[in-house]
Design a binder for this molecule. Structure first.
Ligand SMILES: Nc1ncnc2c1ncn2[C@@H]1O[C@H](COP(=O)(O)OP(=O)(O)O)[C@@H](O)[C@H]1O
Ligand SMILES: [Mg+2]
Length: 420
């Protein structure tokens, strides 16, 4: 593995064979980098008794990685898993893409079906793949594109009769075949549809996207209940926001169809720290995490990216390059982190940074504590608002204490575990 990767200047400088902060979906052996999300995974595991469940969260929050962590678990429990990534070519291909993935797993012998289904796997794979090609071509270039495609295959020597047969699968026929397979399976299997949130970019507007997912969820919920073929999909934050916006009628329809919708929020500071520590460890960093990134710089990273893993990695990569360029010590300091944050188009609020640093150094605080107000400044009201914003972002926790009639709120950080 390592001999195949290019030793870029930044890797050479830092002494890594592989970049610790490459942004990639974790799957298979890469899942060694996976941290946290225990509750979410448990909820997803238990959701598998429903025909349909999902994860939702911002882009880069870790939806795909969680789905693959679920896959790993299901396989370890001896349940085959079929994974499809919505390709993003067209929303009108979804069921065919799912069918194609299921057929591949049948061909590979992982999903097993009863003989009486009389499934001609190779032929069905060809049918569905051809139909995916046609639909993509038609949607990409209109009728002309379809004709061009047809000409091509005709030239390649396929007779028109075969042509028609091969092109037969539609979304309806694909769905029907998926159902038949589910009914004739030898043992339960899981279907994961990653990137379903891509439909949002294919459809004109949010309404259409919402309707698309609602329809999909009702279809799956209606057709696959009690079949032992649970579907798990990824959705973005917008979908969940819409449900919460309480559209009369649609809300119930959508949320009822999902056995469970599991939210993936950003990583709170201790988890982000763990995430960094794990990556450094797996990439054979020899020092401590603090040798790699100073604590103040870490707080700046937390403040700027809000614990959003994809964005945090981008800033860390940039900071590592800045350090390498100046060939200073192999440590990311606050100043380099500030520059990297700016270069990545992120914003660091200096007051937020002060608050986080202060609470880390001095422990839990109420917004009215005197030393706190001296260090941070701002009016009491403004300070209170800031603190609540940090709580909302998941960066601080708050506890309410009432003595007599007065209520006091103390804000604290969950301690960062030095051992990773
Ligand atoms: N639990 C986790 N532990 C470690 N890294 C993670 C975890 N979840 C996500 N990541 C990392 O965060 C980035 C975004 O994750 P991804 O699964 O692609 O998010 P999404 O599908 O929501 O866009 C990837 O670089 C991935 O490696
Ligand atoms: Mg994803």
């Amino acid at each position: 593995m390592s001999s195949k990767t290019i030793m870029t200047p930044v890797l050479k400088f830092w002494g890594f064979k592989q970049h610790p902060f490459d942004d990639r979906v974790l799957r298979g052996s890469e899942l060694e980098l996976f941290v946290d999300r225990k509750t979410e995974i448990r909820r997803l595991q238990n959701a598998l008794s429903n025909p349909l469940s999902g994860v939702f969260g911002a882009q880069g929050a870790g939806k795909s990685s969680v789905l693959y962590k679920l896959e790993e678990w299901a396989i370890s429990e001896s349940y085959p898993v079929v994974v499809t990534q919505m390709s993003g070519a067209s929303e009108n291909l979804l069921y065919r893409e799912i069918l194609a993935a299921i057929l591949q797993e049948i061909k590979a012998g992982k999903v097993k079906v009863l003989a009486k289904l009389k499934l001609k796997v190779d032929q069905e794979i060809e049918r569905v793949q051809n139909s995916i090609k046609y639909t993509s071509a038609v949607e990409a270039a209109g009728e002309a594109g379809w004709k061009a495609m047809l000409n091509l295959t005709l030239k390649a020597g396929i007779k028109e009769q075969e042509e028609r047969e091969l092109a037969q699968h539609t979304e309806e026929s694909a769905l029907a075949l998926i159902k038949k397979i589910a009914m004739h399976k030898k043992a339960p299997f899981v279907v994961i549809v990653d990137n379903l949130e891509r439909a949002r970019f294919l459809l004109d507007d949010e309404d259409a996207y919402f309707r698309f997912v609602t329809k999909f969820s009702q279809t799956i919920d209606g057709m696959f209940s009690d079949l032992g073929v649970p579907f798990v999909v990824s959705l973005d934050q917008i979908f969940a926001d819409r449900i919460n916006d309480n559209l009369p009628g649609t809300e119930e329809a959508a949320s009822f169809s999902f056995g469970k919708l599991v939210e993936l929020s950003v990583f709170p500071p201790p988890e982000l720290y763990k995430l960094i520590a794990r990556r450094l460890e797996c990439r054979k960093w020899e020092g401590a995490v603090e040798d790699f990134v100073e604590r103040n710089a870490f707080w700046a990273l937390v403040g700027a990216t809000g614990g959003h893993s994809r964005r945090a990695f981008a800033v860390l990569r940039e900071a590592m390059e800045l350090v390498a360029e100046r060939s200073s010590d192999k440590t990311i300091g606050l100043e380099q982190m500030r520059t990297a944050i700016a270069q990545c188009g992120e914003k660091l609020d200096e007051k937020d940074l002060l608050i986080l640093q202060f609470i880390e150094a001095n422990g839990a605080r109420s917004s009215s504590d005197e030393d706190f107000s001296k260090a941070v400044g701002l009016s009491r009201v403004q300070r209170g608002r800031r603190l609540n914003e940090l709580v909302e972002k998941g960066l601080l926790r708050v506890e309410e204490q009432s003595s007599g009639k007065t209520k006091k709120y103390t804000y604290f950080l969950v301690k960062i575990d030095e051992d990773g």
